[in-house]
Write a protein that binds this ligand. Structure first.
Ligand code: F0G
Length: 352
C-alpha cells in the first residue's frame, strides 16, 4: 500500500530514526497525457496533477516534511503566511501530527475553498489587512521571538518534500522531460523541482529539463527585476510581489537554460477554461499559469515542435469556486417540466 512521501523517498529526504512517519498518502499524483492540447500545440504535453494531493495542492509534499521535522525538533505549534494553499496544508498536517497551526492570510484575497479547509482542519486563522508579502514578513518576525516553527518555503524542509514531484515525473515518463512548465509565486516550487531533477540525475542518470517558470503579469517581480508593492492578479495563489526564493528561482532558470516569463490574467483564464473544457481537468487559476505559459512559449518558439513538456497543475479547481462560476459564459438551464427537458435534450443531441 502506498503510504506517503516520507516512506517512499526516505533515502532521498532528511529523515532520521527520530522523524515521525507523518502521512496522508500525499504525492504519487498522476501524470496525465493532454492529448487534445498536444495535438493542437504540436508537442507531447503532460499535466502533473498536483490538485489530487490530500488537501488539493502540491503544498502537501513540502508540509508533510516540514511538520514532521518540526515535531521531531519538539515544536508544539507551526505558523505560516499564505495565499491559501499553504494554510490548508499546514492546518491538515498540524492536526494529523497533534500540534497547533497558526495561519496568516491576506484579508479577502483567498479563495473560498482554501479558507473552508483551514476552518475545517481547525487552524487558528489570522487575517491581516496587507498582502501575502506583508503576511510573510510578519510571520518571519514572529517566529524569531515566539516558540512556533515557521513552515513557509523559507523553511528548507519544505523544498526537500516538494522536490519529490520531480522524482515522480522522471519515474512516470521513464526520462526527464525537455521542458518543465510551472507557475511562480513565492518561487519555492520551481526551486524545489530543479533540486529534484538534479538529484535524480546524480542518482539515476536522467537528463535535466529546461525550467520555464511563469509569474502573473500583475505580480511579475522576477520578470521585471524589482519587487512589486501592490501585486494584483485573478490568480490569487500567486499574487506575490517579493518572492522569498527569488535567487534560487533565477538559478534554476539560468542553470537549466530556461526562462521566467509572465502571463496575463486573460492568458491564465483562457488556459484555465481550456484545460477543463477540452481535457476534463479542473485546476485553479494559479495553476493554469503554467499552461498559459506553455501556449505562449509554443507561439514564440521557446518551446520547439515535438518536445516533451510537463506542465505542473499545482492546485485543484475546486479550491476556487467563485472564479469558476464568474469566469464562464455557460448558463444554468432552469426547468421544472419533463417535456421541456426532453425538448431541450432532443435539440441538443440532434445538433451533435
Ligand atoms: N500554484 C498554487 C496553486 C499555489 O498555491 C502557489 C503558491 C503557487 C502555484 C506558487 O508556488 O510560491 O512555490 O512559487 N501558494 C503559496 C500559498 C504562496 O500560500 O499557498 P511558489
Amino acid at each position: 500500500m502506498y503510504e506517503g512521501l516520507l516512506k517512499k523517498y526516505q533515502d532521498y529526504l532528511p529523515i532520521t530514526e527520530n522523524t515521525p512517519q507523518l502521512a496522508l498518502a500525499e504525492g504519487n499524483t498522476p501524470l496525465i497525457p493532454l492529448k487534445k492540447l498536444s495535438k493542437e500545440l504540436g508537442i507531447e504535453l503532460y499535466g502533473k496533477y498536483e490538485g489530487l494531493n490530500p488537501t488539493g495542492s502540491f503544498k502537501d509534499r513540502g508540509m508533510v516534511m516540514a511538520v514532521a521535522k518540526a515535531v521531531e525538533e519538539g515544536a508544539k505549534a507551526i505558523i505560516c503566511a499564505s495565499t491559501g494553499n499553504t494554510s490548508a496544508a499546514a492546518a491538515a498536517y498540524a492536526t494529523r501530527a497533534g500540534i497547533k497551526a497558526y495561519v496568516v492570510i491576506p484579508d479577502g484575497k483567498i479563495a473560498l475553498g482554501k479558507l473552508a479547509q483551514a476552518i475545517a482542519y481547525g487552524a487558528d486563522i489570522i487575517s491581516i489587512p496587507g498582502n501575502f508579502d506583508e503576511a510573510l514578513k510578519a510571520v518571519r518576525d514572529i517566529a524569531e521571538t515566539e516558540s512556533v516553527a515557521l513552515v513557509n518555503s523559507v523553511n528548507p524542509y519544505r523544498l526537500e518534500g516538494q522536490k519529490t514531484a520531480a522524482f515522480e515525473i522522471c519515474e512516470q515518463l521513464e526520462k526527464a522531460p525537455d521542458v518543465l512548465a510551472i507557475p511562480v509565486g513565492n518561487a519555492g516550487n520551481i526551486s524545489a523541482y530543479w533540486k529534484g531533477f538534479k538529484e535524480w540525475r546524480t542518482k539515476k542518470g536522467t537528463d535535466l529539463p529546461r525550467m520555464h517558470g511563469f509569474e502573473a503579469e500583475g505580480a511579475a517581480a522576477i520578470v521585471q527585476g524589482k519587487p512589486i508593492d501592490h501585486p494584483e492578479t485573478v490568480a490569487t495563489a500567486i499574487r506575490i510581489g517579493n518572492p522569498a526564493s527569488w535567487i534560487l528561482a533565477e538559478n534554476a532558470r539560468d542553470e537549466s537554460k530556461g526562462y521566467i516569463d509572465s502571463v496575463t490574467d486573460e492568458e491564465i483564464l483562457n488556459a484555465y477554461r481550456k484545460v477543463a473544457s477540452q481535457e476534463g481537468i479542473f485546476v485553479e487559476p494559479g495553476s493554469a499559469a503554467s499552461l498559459a505559459g506553455v501556449i505562449q512559449h509554443v507561439k514564440n518558439g521557446r518551446i520547439k515542435p515535438g518536445e516533451t513538456v510537463v506542465t505542473v497543475f499545482t492546485g485543484n479547481g475546486l479550491k476556487d469556486p467563485d472564479t469558476a462560476i464568474n469566469q464562464t459564459t455557460i448558463k444554468i438551464n432552469k426547468m421544472s417540466d419533463l417535456e421541456d427537458m426532453r425538448r431541450h435534450l432532443r435539440e441538443g443531441v440532434a445538433a451533435l
